[in-house]
Ligand binder design. Structure first.
Ligand code: NAD
Length: 436
């Protein structure tokens, strides 16, 4: 099949590459000229495990192309994916300006039947909006389908190749047949296509993301309570996770969720619910709790140093909002760093992938280090924001020799408490007793 993917970010580039990998001809379109030039030169503009290999393979096989010219892509393709940003607007709603502007262009440019498949996360009713914009501009036949994407950054290729389900929101029989054929390489009995109307498909994506954000937040509140009453959240987690009605995933407490999706999607559903006249109370609480959870290491750090913190030097491990990505959008590390900088604290930091993105925000306000140990030279304490695998088994003796004091505030519970005790650290984590 001949496919155009408009928008080559995490979703678009992975979609385009994976669809090329199963034999389709894919042309990816982006307005970012530098990005397109980079991709034409065989450079992947984002970090995503296994993406580069497939990307290069399919460019070589002549199945994956890049352009800034929308018309060229449309003329060659019947299937058009929209993988455009839907960032949070000032009022919390999803900003549809990118999706709407491309809809206008499609209305001007299409000359034969197209299936327009929206992969962006968009509020209920957006398929209808896109349809109406295009309809006002052309008499050419087309279908607009809602096909929300569930891939996770850090596992994007794997998730696209083996999705747990594919949601298709449309009433068009023709579109369903074409999409079933398009997705057949990815579908098995255990990985079904679920067809529904457009509105239900659009809401399914928000319901999924906000449910997960709620589950994380619930567990963070359980952890906060554990700290006060002296219980151990690890045990509570195992205890409840063994109940199949609850399940053991998304129960790990920490310093809150971030990223390009959960925060904006919770805000967007709150906003569209308010607009529809429904007060989605649980999600409003999720937003409030998460905001304070992101900064929850700071009071622990201040208390340990009896509020004498301005002359302290702090090391930070982890800047990305989660491991295996370079994405720092809404990362808790940003809240932590901002709080520390307000206090005039000197910061050294390391992240395996996210430092170039962080440098764009902080420049030389932070010292970015080449590795995790360089961060520790003469620091009064270490703060851990992201659970990168390379942080799990460090050389504790080497750490202690480098640090001014062996003090760790761990926002992701990556260390065993007994191990920290044996190694002589003062160690504070989330929902567990203080080791000292
Ligand atoms: P992104 O910001 O990484 O990429 C979007 C791309 O679209 C950018 O490269 C941008 O230059 C391009 N673009 C903007 N306007 C354009 C235009 N007019 N023509 C062509 N290209 C244009 O975004 P993303 O993370 O890939 O997310 C895209 C959508 O998918 C969002 O709605 C998001 O909520 C949703 N989503 C994201 C994820 C994720 O993990 N990132 C997962 C599921 C769903």
């Amino acid at each position: 099949m001949n496919i155009a993917v408009i928008g080559t970010g995490y979703v678009g580039l992975v979609t385009g590459t994976c669809l090329a990998e199963v034999g389709n001809n894919v042309i990816c379109v982006d307005i970012d000229e530098a990005k397109v030039a980079q991709m034409k030169n065989g450079k992947v503009p984002i970090f995503e495990p296994n993406l580069e290999e497939l990307f290069l393979k399919n460019i070589k096989a002549n199945r994956l192309h890049f352009t800034t010219h929308l018309k060229t892509a449309l003329d060659k393709s019947q299937i058009i994916f929209l993988a455009l940003p839907t960032p949070q607007d000032e009022d919390g709603s999803a900003d549809l300006k990118y999706v709407e502007s491309v809809a206008h262009e499609l209305g001007d440019l299409i000359t034969d039947y197209k299936i327009i498949i929206n992969k962006s996360t968009v509020p209920v009713g957006t398929s209808e909006i896109v349809k109406n914009i295009i309809k006002r501009k052309t008499s050419v036949a087309f279908d607009v389908i809602s096909n929300p994407e569930f891939l996770r950054e850090g596992f994007a290729v794997q998730d696209f190749m083996t999705p747990e389900r594919i949601i298709i929101g449309t009433k068009s029989k023709k579109a369903i047949d074409i999409l079933n054929k398009l997705y057949s390489p990815f579908i098995t009995l255990k990985r079904p296509v679920i067809v529904m109307d457009e509105k239900s498909a659009e809401l399914t994506k928000y319901a999924a993301n906000t449910f997960l954000a709620t589950k994380i937040t619930f567990m963070n509140e359980v952890a906060n309570l554990c700290e006060i009453i002296g219980a151990n959240v690890d045990d509570v987690r195992k205890g409840i996770g063994s109940d199949s009605r609850i399940g053991n995933k998304f129960l790990f407490p920490g310093i809150g969720f971030g990223g390009s999706c959960f925060p904006k999607d919770v805000n967007a559903l709150v906003h569209s619910s308010d607009t529809a006249g429904y007060n989605f109370q649980i999600l409003k609480s999720v937003l409030n709790v998460n905001q304070s959870q992101k900064k929850s290491l700071i009071p622990k750090f201040k208390k340990y140093f009896n509020n004498h913190i301005s002359s302290k030097k702090v090391g930070i491990w982890g800047l990305a909002f989660k491991p295996n990505t370079d994405d720092i959008r809404e990362a808790p590390a940003i809240d932590v760093i901002n709080e520390l900088l307000l206090e005039g604290i000197e910061i050294t930091a390391y992240d395996p992938e996210a430092m170039p993105n962080m440098k764009r925000i902080y420049g030389d306000k932070i010292t970015f280090c080449n590795n995790a140990y360089d961060v520790l030279k003469d620091v009064d304490c270490l703060l851990i924001n992201t659970e990168w695998r390379e942080f799990y088994s460090p050389d504790f003796d080497k750490m202690k020799k480098l640090m001014k004091q062996p003090v760790i505030f761990d926002g992701r519970n990556i260390f065993d408490m007994e191990v920290m005790k044996i190694n002589g650290f003062h160690y504070e984590s989330v929902g567990r007793k203080i080791v000292t």
